[in-house]
Write a protein that binds this ligand. Structure first.
Ligand SMILES: [Zn+2]
Length: 67
């Protein structure tokens, strides 16, 4: 039981502290590479029964799953 809690915390920590910043930076760069200069927004939404982080840009209508 104790191990489960530590593992769960560890996973959340990994995603929030390590994976997420890399994924955000990557998504941001990919968006820039497409030639769009405006700043995309990130939002958490539930689509198709899955909660995910999306990158959204109103200028080029980009809408992609980040994580
Ligand atoms: Zn854009």
């Amino acid at each position: 039981m104790k191990t489960d809690i530590i593992l769960a915390w560890g996973e959340e920590f990994l995603i929030k502290q390590l994976i997420l910043p890399i994924r955000l930076a990557g998504a941001h760069d990919e968006h820039l590479d497409r030639g769009c200069r405006s700043k995309p927004k990130f939002c958490i939404e539930t689509r198709f029964g899955l909660t995910a982080l999306f990158i959204v840009c109103q200028d080029c209508s980009a809408f992609e799953v980040v994580i």
